[in-house]
Design a protein around this ligand. Structure first.
Ligand code: ARG
Length: 401
């Protein structure tokens, strides 16, 4: 029987050419797999037809936008997942959901190998292949750009020679990856890290320098997940989309960073994640009033480690799963409303309320009604400082010898 390979297919030039390229190099039949993670653009049907037009024997297309929002974006929100404190893991969290569908398609169509369009220099090859190894240990992986010398020039020549139904003239100098959680743009002019990004690279956000009138929004959460916006019930996907629109119009969520790739290269990336950044800001502020201090401090460390694991392609790893269990436990009381103003590139929280809040007015107030016994503070401070005080006494004693 002819061997079958499932290919992660975007509909773009490189993966369209990869269908025939893999076929010629390996003799295998190629099944194109396209997954909608809210990236917008062409319909899945258009992408399916193109895949078949480029020589795929079958095309598997899946609308995974709700699945992505519910099972990948929401855990990232609960973790306040920001790699290196900046990057909301846009591409990193889309790979595992694509992997799930690749493995499903491989089983459905009897494929032995999974192919993807990544180069040998980035994180995404790692995320795809570690994910595949975990969910389908019997499956092999192949990356035509990395393993079969499929360069851009060769791709254009191949598409023209074979008359593939794909545009080869449109020259975009950037490498772009996008989904409902955000958008990542790199390469070209941006590789000089002193160059400021030009206006043309943005798509999810309007320029924050000339914002429309401030937009006040109230986001309601239940157990760490947004459930309503301005009192109107929403699904996670709807919440992200609505905030992409409203925060995007105010230029919220533009991020320009040089990040540490897993493969050891520092690289510059521009992100826009208006919905994600507005949600993470609101969620963090709700945690500030609902999560107990020690749990909150520890959770910040856990969230950072969680983000590193996810960035590093360990979505399906045991440690990530254990950290998820911890994070989930902290979200039990993260319910309530956050009011924020979106304006001029910023999402600023100016009101919070929750039935499960730990904020106690009678303890916090400096006005009458104060129930806090200030006389207790003196003894507490004495004991709290004792250990450092004893050590400093020793330092003075030793220095004097
Ligand atoms: N640097 C990001 C990551 O590793 C995004 C990778 C894809 N970026 C792109 N512009 N194609 O998660």
């Amino acid at each position: 029987m002819t061997e079958r390979i499932v290919l992660a297919y975007s509909g773009g030039l490189d993966t369209s050419v990869a269908i025939g390229w893999i076929g010629e190099a390996t003799g295998a039949e190629v099944i194109a797999v396209a997954v909608d993670v809210g990236q917008g653009g062409e319909s899945l049907e258009t992408i399916r037809q193109r895949a078949l037009g480029c020589g795929a024997v079958e095309a598997y297309v899946a609308d995974a936008s709700d699945e992505f929002a519910d099972e990948y974006c929401m855990p990232t929100l609960k973790a306040n997942g920001l790699y290196q404190g900046h990057y909301p893991l846009v591409s990193a969290i889309s790979r595992p959901v694509i992997v799930k569908h690749l493995v499903k398609a491989a089983r459905e169509f009897g494929a032995t190998t999974v192919a993807h369009g990544c180069t040998g220099k980035g994180n995404d090859q790692v995320r795809f292949e570690v994910g595949i190894q975990t969910l389908g240990p019997d499956l092999k992986c192949i990356a035509p750009v990395r393993d079969l010398a499929l360069t851009r020039d060769k791709a254009i020549a191949f598409a023209e020679e074979k008359g593939l139904p794909i545009e080869t003239t449109k020259k975009n100098p950037y490498s772009i990856d996008q989904n409902v959680w955000g958008r990542a743009v790199e390469t070209g002019y941006l590789e000089d890290i002193w160059n400021a990004p030009t206006k043309d690279i943005y798509d999810y956000t309007a320029t924050p320098e000339f914002p429309p009138a401030p937009d006040e929004v109230t986001i309601s959460f239940e157990a760490g997940v947004p459930v309503a916006i301005d009192g109107v019930k929403v699904t996670p996907l709807q919440a992200i989309k609505e905030l992409n629109r409203r925060a995007g119009a105010q230029g919220v969520g533009r991020i320009d960073v040089v990040e540490d790739r897993l493969v050891g290269i520092k690289s510059r990336e521009i992100y826009e994640a208006p919905g994600a950044m507005a949600l993470i800001t609101a969620h963090k502020h709700l945690e500030d009033i609902t999560v107990e201090r020690e749990q909150a401090r520890f959770k910040a460390t856990v969230g950072q480690r969680w983000a590193e694991l996810v960035y590093d392609g360990q979505w399906f790893s045991p440690l990530k799963r254990s950290l998820d269990a911890f994070i989930e436990d902290t979200q039990k009381y993260v319910s309530g409303d956050i009011r924020m103003t979106l304006h001029g590139g910023q999402a600023i929280v100016n009101g919070r309320r929750s039935d499960t809040s730990l904020y106690d007015f009678s303890l916090a107030t400096y006005d009458t009604g104060d129930t806090f016994d200030q006389s207790q503070a003196k003894g507490f401070i004495e004991l709290w400082g004792m250990s450092a005080k004893v050590a400093s006494g020793r330092d003075i004693r030793v220095a004097g010898q």
